[in-house]
Design a protein around this ligand. Sequence first.
Ligand code: BES
Ligand code: MN
Ligand code: ZN
Length: 469
Amino acid sequence: MPARLSFRPKALADTIRLTVLAKAEWPRHAKSLSAAHRRFAEQNGFVAASGTHLALPGRDGRVERMLVGIVADDAGDGSGGWMWGYAGLPLTLPLGSYRLDPEPATAAAATRIAIAWGIGSYAFDRYKKAPRSPASLVWPTLADRRTVQSFVRADGFARDLINTPAEDMGPDGLAEAALAMAKELGMTASVVEGEALRAQGYNLIHAVGRAAARAPRLIELGWGDPSHPRVALVGKGVCFDTGGLGIKPDAGMKLMKKDMGGAAHVLALARLVVEAKLKLRLQVLVPAVENSISGNAVRPLDIIRSKAGKTVEIGHTDAEGRLILADAFARAAEEKPELMLDFATLTGAARVALGPDLPALFANNDALSSALLAAGLAHDDPAWRMPLWKPYRSRIDSKNADMNNVSDGPFGGAIIAALFLQDFVPREAAWAHFDVVAWSPWPRPGRPEGAMMQGLRAAFAVLRDRYAP
Ligand code: BES
Ligand code: MN
Ligand code: ZN
């Protein structure tokens, strides 16, 4: 088990009792303390304000109990302050082993807290030792350990992929990671790479990725009984987005190692699906490219025939994500999925509209959308729906091709991108598209600056409901 799963199987003599309280619960709780501890808390000004903690000393000077303030459980409003409060603890509390006192009363609460603890123990330490290791938690008795471990591993796996610089996580590295994962989980895997993309009609993936030193590729993983309902997961795997010939200014380019965040999300989701042995036939598609610059780079107003057959005019080389996804969608369509989810760091516009906490959700199916939104609220992983507003579709008409990849104005950029994708969605499929940021721009409890998962737990909850084993 990796060290990041900072759980201890048993409460040993040296474990510290951890009591987590909302501010409103403090006066009552204070009354239950010894007079000495009550005075100690008072002199330290501790009132269980969210984000504060207080170590109550025992007679021998050891910590007898740790008190922690947290915002009240907001289950239902989805903002997740309660869960992130727990996630903030492993890297805030002094090193040690803690056991919850009282124990969570339900399996759901115990599991939710343990997931938070695990996610909050994450550190990106590939190139530098983490400044400290996480405090560990004695497994809450009722926690579903398998589910917790699966989530925490999937989350850490994906965040590592996103945090790793493009130098070490190019299309080759991403394919390697996907293939290693497939091997570990017993999934089938194949990769179409370089010129072979063109031979098989994936001209958009090839066009976007061909200028890079590391060849573009389409990674495909498969799993599950072919007689089960088919589900496709597609993730944008732009390992670095320079913008292409329409180069990004330096500030806009800086973070573009995370432009494969969608790919990381669907690989993590696939992990969860396989480990939970859901009753579905899974197809995972990751077009992996670097949107780079060279003499052979795709140019503005080039027209490329997509895998689906439609011709696409390149209005802007920086709207590359929708291009590679279109070809991946065409491959998905060949398997006639009943459900397709895609995750992509597709537009800056989604982030401008909703900020970094809320991924933009688009769906061609109201039941699917409602299920995802509800699961987001229930699992501290909210999304916000935006419309596939048909009247805007004419903005990407092209004079010389079947469509353009951009509109000519700054309006509704996330919607325009989603409408472009919609033209390639497999017939009959219920489809949902998550336009994610995948990056926490400032440090918050449980969410340090860096890679951040969005919609993963919500999407998995919906799949688990629909395809329960
Ligand atoms: N990867 C970017 C979108 C992005 C930018 C996501 C910043 C998160 C943060 C995408 O490929 C892109 O460049 N989109 C353009 C589209 C435009 C050229 C129509 C954008 O959003 O500006
Ligand atoms: Mn771009
Ligand atoms: Zn991009």
